[in-house]
Write a protein that binds this ligand. Structure first.
Ligand code: TXA
Ligand code: MG
Length: 328
C-alpha cells in the first residue's frame, strides 16, 4: 500500500505539511517534476533527502517558497536582476540562485554561500508551502524525487517506483511542464543560465534586462549540470533524422530491444521495433519526455534511438535533457 495523499484535498495537504514540519520527507507535485521535500531550515531533515537519493552532500538543493517574501528569508540580498526574474516568472518554472543568508539552509545549499530559490506554480505545491509556512516552515528544500542520476518523475506513480510505498507523496497528477525548472545564477557579477527549461532564453533575457550566457564549463560541478544525468536504464542514442532512417534500413531481425523516438515516422522499421512519436511542439515534447523514457524502460527496451530535436531555442530544454541522457 503506497501512501498517496491527494493534492487537491485540504486535509491531505495539511497532513503533508504536518509531516514536513515534523522533519519528515514528503514528495510533492510541482508543475515541472515531482520534488522530494524536507524543511529547508532543518539540516537533519535535509540530510534525509541526500540519504534517500544517494546524492553527494555537496550537490545543492533548490529551496521552494510560497512567494517572494518567503524567498527573502533565505537570501542575504536579492540582486536587482534576480528580483526582475522573480517578478516576471514566479510562481513558475524558474529557479534563481542568489547569495545565501549565512544562518539559513546550509545543508540544503551543500555548504555553498549561495542558494537556489523557486516559487512553484502548481496548486498542490503552493498549498503545501502555505500550509507548512503556517506551521513555521519557511521553505522546503526539494530536488527531483528520483535516485541520483536517474530520470526525474512526472507522476506520483513514478515517485512510488523510485522510493517504494512508504514515502508520502502529495499527488497532483501528471506534471504540466515535464522537465525541470530553468536555473539562472544571479549571485555573481553577471547572471548566467545554468540549466535551460521550458522558458526560453529570449524570454528570460527580456525580463532580466541583460544577456544570460551559459555557465562556463568550469563552473559546472553540480548535478543536473553534469554531462551524464537524467538517464533511463536503456542506452540513449541521439541522431539526425537521415541517419536514423539509414540505420533502421540496415537493421536485421534482432530488434526486439530497440525503440525509436522521433518526430517523423521512420520508414522501413522492422517489426518488433517500438516507435514512439515525439510531439512536434516543444512544450508537448517536454511534457511527456521523462514519462516516455520510463515507459520504454518498463517495457524492457535496452536501446533508444532518438531523433535530434529541431535546432530552435524553444527546444533547448528538451535537447539538454536528451543530450545528458545520451551521455550516460
Ligand atoms: O523543477 C525543478 O527545479 C525541480 C522541482 C522539484 O522544483 N527540482 C530540481 O532539483 O530539479 P534538482 O536537485 O534535481 O536540481 C537542482 C539543480 C542542480 O543542478 C543544482 O546543482 C542546482 O539546481 N543548484 C541548486 N542550488 C544551487 C546553488 N546554490 N548553486 C548552483 N547550483 C545550484
Ligand atoms: Mg534532479
Amino acid at each position: 500500500m503506497s501512501v498517496r495523499l491527494v493534492g487537491t484535498d485540504a486535509a491531505d495537504v495539511e497532513e503533508a505539511a504536518r509531516r514536513l514540519a515534523a522533519g519528515e520527507l514528503v514528495a510533492f507535485a510541482t508543475e515541472t517534476v515531482y520534488g522530494l521535500g524536507a524543511r529547508a531550515d532543518d539540516d537533519t531533515a535535509v540530510a534525509k533527502i541526500f540519504a534517500a537519493k544517494g546524492r553527494p552532500r555537496g550537490h545543492p538543493l533548490i529551496v521552494h517558497v510560497a512567494d517572494v517574501h518567503a524567498a527573502e528569508a533565505f537570501a542575504a540580498t536579492i540582486p536587482a536582476v534576480a528580483g526582475r526574474l522573480m517578478q516576471a516568472f514566479w510562481p513558475g518554472p524558474l529557479t534563481v540562485i542568489v547569495p545565501r543568508e549565512p544562518q539559513m539552509a546550509a545543508a540544503a545549499a551543500g555548504g555553498r554561500p549561495t542558494i537556489g530559490l523557486r516559487c512553484p506554480a502548481h496548486a498542490a505545491a503552493h498549498d503545501l508551502l502555505v500550509a507548512a509556512q503556517r506551521l513555521g516552515v519557511p521553505g522546503v528544500a526539494a530536488p527531483s524525487a528520483n535516485s541520483f542520476g536517474r530520470v526525474s518523475p512526472t507522476t506520483a506513480e513514478h515517485v512510488v517506483a523510485e522510493f517504494g510505498p512508504d514515502l508520502v507523496v502529495l499527488d497532483g497528477g501528471p506534471c504540466r511542464v515535464g522537465i525541470e525548472s530553468a536555473i539562472v545564477d544571479a549571485s555573481g557579477t553577471h547572471p548566467m543560465l545554468l540549466r535551460p527549461g521550458i522558458l526560453t532564453r529570449a524570454r528570460l533575457e527580456e525580463a532580466a534586462g541583460e544577456p544570460l550566457p551559459d555557465a562556463d564549463a568550469s563552473a559546472a560541478a553540480a548535478p543536473g549540470t553534469l554531462p551524464a544525468h537524467y538517464a533511463p536504464r536503456a542506452r540513449v542514442r541521439l541522431m539526425q533524422s537521415s541517419m536514423l532512417h539509414t540505420a533502421l534500413q540496415m537493421l536485421g531481425q534482432d530488434t526486439l530491444k530497440l525503440a525509436v523516438y522521433s518526430r517523423t515516422v521512420p520508414s522501413g522499421v522492422a517489426t518488433g521495433v517500438r516507435h514512439r512519436r515525439m510531439p512536434s511542439r516543444p512544450e508537448q515534447a517536454a511534457h511527456e519526455l521523462f514519462s516516455v523514457l520510463r515507459e520504454l524502460d518498463d517495457e524492457g527496451v535496452q536501446l533508444i534511438w532518438v531523433e535530434d530535436p529541431p535546432p530552435g531555442p524553444e527546444w533547448d530544454g528538451v535537447r539538454d535533457r536528451l543530450t545528458r541522457a545520451a551521455a550516460a
